[in-house]
Design a protein around this ligand. Structure first.
Ligand code: NAD
Ligand code: AKB
Length: 313
């Protein structure tokens, strides 16, 4: 029974990752800076601000933590509104995680990166795993920092650091927390509840996305991949790319009268600085990655799951 500390547990990904880790036999210590509403999912739960290195160390020592999944982060749109907070939480958080892991002998650290680690100068179509990384958001800068610092700890100190560059994650559980890809989740809520949606990026902005099922599958696969199989430590992972107009057309199969209009805001520029599609051949070669969800399967799952959830409320 490996003991895993999860930071930022109450977020979109942690909320679904924690039950899965428990079902696979991990002992999970869930932490966040806010109290959970549904305490059962996260039990045992502890408050932890990842900027507090001493508090992190105490939890790791008290509970014999062997692995850390570091999910606490300020996402891209919130980061652009408050760059200083993103610097403190994202840069400070990964520094504390890596240093405490090194000092306390934690075996493995998985800290997600993002397609946001790429920037306007990166090749946008089938973006390779190893290419130009010059992001122009503070969130993207913090993800490049996470990747490079984690890789430094791996070669300097032998810490087993791994990261995946998630695309926008689409789920029917906890709602996303301040990202540029949030439109691809919000569209389902608004379509089901009101039959219309105003999108904050334009109709033709092609973005890499992924179902939560594929996100969890990739996370567990990388977490459990034998270290000797990994030539890289930072991996592209792809699900499927689509535009708001393409998602709206898929949704019309379930809600024929669905209407979408467009009012691009500051997030349009962020979206245009990111890849349009991702080459994940390195993850496929090194740990057997393969997604299960395309746009049609993802839309059907999201519509059916969210519809029955919202009908019950
Ligand atoms: P989220 O925004 O939904 O959740 C982040 C959690 O971190 C929140 O529960 C928040 O309360 C917590 N948090 C914020 N500041 C904190 C602090 N100082 N100390 C401790 N906790 C703090 O994020 P998510 O979608 O669950 O993302 C998890 C990871 O995956 C992040 O690293 C994120 O950058 C990455 N990622 C997510 C997506 C996506 O679409 N969801 C895509 C790419 C990468
Ligand atoms: C965001 O939009 O900020 C995140 C991400 C792709 O990292 N969903």
């Amino acid at each position: 029974m490996t003991t895993v500390l999860v930071t930022g547990s109450l977020g979109q990904i942690g909320t679904e990752l924690i039950p899965l880790l428990k079902s696979k036999g991990y002992t999970v210590i869930s932490t966040d800076i806010r109290e959970p509403v549904d305490k059962d999912i996260f039990d045992p739960f502890l408050m932890l601000d990842t900027r507090d290195r001493d508090a992190m160390r105490k939890i790791i020592k008290d509970h014999g933590v062997e692995m850390i999944i570091h999910n606490a982060s300020i996402l891209s749109a919130t980061g652009e509104k408050n760059p200083q907070l993103a610097l403190e939480v994202n840069m400070g958080g990964i520094q504390n995680v890596l240093e405490v892991a090194r000092q306390e002998g934690v075996k493995r650290v998985l800290s997600p990166s993002s397609i946001a680690a790429f920037g306007p100068d990166t090749p946008k179509d089938n973006t390779p795993n190893d290419t130009i990384m010059r992001p122009n958001t503070i969130y993207g800068v913090s993800k490049v920092y996470t990747e490079l610092l984690g890789e430094y700890y791996a070669h300097k100190y032998g810490l087993d650091f791994r990261t995946l560059r998630y695309p926008g994650i689409i789920s029917a559980g906890a709602q996303p927390g301040g990202g540029t890809t949030d439109w691809a989740v919000q569209i389902f809520y608004d379509a089901i509840l009101t039959g219309k949606y105003t999108c904050f990026v334009d109709h033709d902005v092609l973005m890499p996305m992924m179902s939560m099922q594929d996100c969890l599958k990739a996370t567990i696969m990388l977490l459990e991949a034998p270290e000797q199989n990994l030539k890289h430590r930072s991996f592209n992972v792809a699900g499927c790319s689509f535009t708001p107009a393409q998602l709206a057309n898929e949704l019309k199969k379930f809600i024929p009268d669905f209407q979408i209009d467009y009012a691009p805001d500051f997030r349009q520029e962020i979206a245009l600085s990111w890849p349009r599609s991702i080459d994940d051949s390195v993850a496929r070669e090194e740990w057997g990655w393969e997604p299960d969800y395309d746009l049609s399967k993802l839309t059907e799952y999201m519509y059916n799951t969210l519809k029955s959830k919202l009908d019950k409320q």
